[in-house]
Write a protein that binds this ligand. Structure first.
Ligand code: F6R
Length: 606
């Protein structure tokens, strides 16, 4: 989390830095700041709140500089207030940091004992003071960094300017992503490669332990030993999706609406690849797995949990599911023949990334399903699968979730084909039913008005319960997560069958209960759970298909019914009304839908 953007150029770079920080604001929006070199001295502008507050400050206190670093913050250590905004600076050095310095307390105590006067509550300020001490002792910046970096425990992507070193920006990376680029008479750095796409065509994704020095039009890359290395330049690939809300009130709304086309496009590619004998493009080495261990966090975890049904039923491979944040702690037994599947929209989530590295250290083949291709996971995994959602700006994952589901549904069919244990008719049938998904999703989007009217009621609830069985259980969890994060209404998802084992105690008169109940083999059992809810005064709303709607009508229950779809692929379609319920609950509560409080899109700290 936190976004870093910096530049060394001949001309004023502040406007580009502000645009770049805008592109990185998905990483955090608690505060923003700039640090620049003006006549050899460090000048800062910092503001609490989103980037707009910094932009406002620049109107009254303008800044123009060719060498500058900028930051948009997601608070870890220290409240989201101005004094904690980056850059942190002394008279000699200014630092922007993404990551966590785990041993900051010891370092701070040591530095304070030597006279350092800290002005923030952050872990990051120790980096500024450590560098300051080295620079004061006469070390030039790169040598100062070489001495300081080994003292930091934890993770960092750093952008640094030093007084007296005009036209130079220094950078270092361990554990948090950082890319550098050059173009014309400028050199740039940013937390994600895509943000550099506006100012350059080529970039270097720094590897852990590498440092860089930027000068106008020039980038030098070093190992931690300061041995200079030949950088590995790559073209900046943007995942598409212009940063424009179009007719939509929010990016999240636009992204919900993009789903039918994304799925249609992915389906067309999948069909073409299957026909051309390129099934392996959709599953990588997963098809040879005796067992799959799927690791992910948050919504991506629910995508993996949903897809477990497909990987087991269609691909016929047993799947173990692991939360990224628990994986290393658990150190699960990895059976011979296991292939790991890491699912991540950003490709940067620290917990999932740590799991990937652990798996690689155990020589387990790794496959990363990512949406951002210029990401650390894409770089480090043995094979990469694409989720093809295009850039997702809304912090809450919507289109990336259904695109992940599609990619995993396609992977299951591709595996089945490659293993040769399905007849052509079976494969045709699977493909034919999957092909109906984009239209059904289009139909689901048309349900917006009914979702809005239920969503508005949810906004006023104390708590909302979500229920689902089988493949609908992870959707219940995802629906509850979406409601929590977008509307801040407390919501919990449960396996419908677990209700009577405890959660039923939560149901009071009027408690809204969203029941994901497409007409599959579990339908009647779920319906019994609905009756248990009604008997306790709860108010169920069914989310299902036309059959669900007919039963709901018979029983006088409210229902949001999507077009009919084969029950195997129903989660791809049922996800949409759940997103819209949460979206409209959030709008009713006047929430910042694209940027829910306390969250960031790319979670690069453990
Ligand atoms: C929720 C959401 C998060 C992410 C999670 C993992 O809407 O977006 O729960 O799914 O932080 O992020 P990625 O997929 O980037 O690894």
């Amino acid at each position: 989390m936190c976004g870093i953007f910096g530049a060394s150029a001949v001309d004023n770079v502040i406007p580009q830095l502000m645009t770049g920080l805008g592109d990185l604001e998905y990483r955090g929006y608690d505060s923003a700041g700039l640090g620049a070199l003006k006549n050899g001295r460090i000048v800062r502008r910092r503001a609490q709140g989103p980037l707009a507050s910094l932009a406002q400050l620049l109107e009254t206190e303008p800044l123009s500089a060719g060498t500058a670093i900028g930051h948009t913050r997601w608070a870890t250590h220290g409240e989201p207030r101005r004094h904690n905004a980056h850059p942190h600076a002394t008279a000699r050095v200014a630092v922007v940091h993404n990551g966590i310095v785990e041993n900051h307390a010891e370092l701070r105590a040591e530095l304070e004992a030597k006279g350092a006067q800290f002005r923030s509550d952050t872990d990051s300020e120790v980096v500024a003071w450590l560098l300051d001490r080295e620079l004061a002792g006469g070390a030039p910046p790169l040598r100062a960094l070489r001495r300081v970096l080994p003292r930091l425990r934890g993770s960092y992507a750093l952008g640094i300017v030093c007084a007296g070193y005009d036209e130079r920006v220094f950078a270092a990376r361990r554990g948090s992503p950082l890319a550098v680029a050059r173009a014309g008479r400028a050199a740039w750095l940013a937390s994600d490669a895509e943000a550099l796409g506006r100012v350059a065509h080529e970039m270097v994704l720094l590897e852990d332990g590498q440092l860089a020095e930027l000068r106008p039009g020039k980038v030098r890359v070093f190992e931690e030993s300061l041995q200079e290395i030949e950088p590995c330049w790559r073209r900046i690939e943007t995942s598409g999706g212009v940063l424009d809300r179009g007719q939509h009130a929010t990016f999240t709304h636009k992204e919900i609406y993009e789903q039918p086309e994304i799925l249609e496009q992915a389906l067309a590619e999948f069909r073409a690849d299957l026909a051309a004998g390129r099934a392996a493009r959709w599953c990588g080495p997963l098809w040879r797995a005796k067992r799959i261990v799927a690791v992910a966090c948050g919504t991506s975890y629910y995508a993996a949990q949903t897809a477990r049904t497909w990987l087991e039923r269609v691909a016929q491979i047993p799947v173990d599911l692991e939360l990224g944040s628990e994986f290393q702690t658990r150190q699960p037994i990895l059976a011979e023949g296991t292939v790991a599947l890491l699912v991540s929209q950003s490709g940067e989530t620290a917990d999932t990334l740590a799991a990937l590295r652990y798996l690689r250290s155990r020589e387990v083949p790794t496959v990363a399903l990512v949406n951002v291709h210029a990401s650390t996971m894409a770089m480090e995994a043995d094979a990469v699968l694409s989720c093809r959602a295009g850039r997702e700006v809304g912090v809450a994952s919507t289109k990336a979730f259904t695109a992940q589901l599609f990619a995993l549904a396609a992977a299951s069919i591709a595996i089945r084909k490659l293993r040769g244990n399905a007849s052509p008719t079976e494969l045709d049938e699977l493909l034919a039913t999957l092909s109906r998904v984009p239209d059904a999703v289009r139909g689901a989007i048309e349900l917006e008005d009914s979702c809005a009217s239920v969503g508005r009621k949810l906004a006023k609830a104390q708590q909302v319960i979500y229920l689902g069985r089988g493949a609908s259980y992870p959707l219940a969890l995802e629906g509850a997560l979406k409601l929590k994060e977008l509307s801040y209404v407390h919501a919990e998802g449960f396996a419908a069958g677990e209700l009577k084992h405890g959660p039923l105690a939560l149901i009071e008169r009027g408690t809204p209960v969203i029941v994901v109940a497409p007409s599959d083999a579990t339908f009647n059992k779920t319906l019994s759970n609905v009756r248990e809810v009604i008997a306790r005064g709860g108010e169920p709303v069914l989310v299902g298909d036309p059959h669900t709607a007919s039963i709901a009508k018979r029983d006088g229950l409210p229902c949001i019914a999507t077009p009919a779809i084969d029950s195997l692929w129903a989660p791809l379609v049922m996800a949409v009304p759940l997103q819209m319920l949460a979206y409209h609950a959030a709008c009713e509560g006047d929430r910042d839908v694209d940027r829910p409080r306390n969250l960031a899109k790319s979670v690069t700290v453990e």
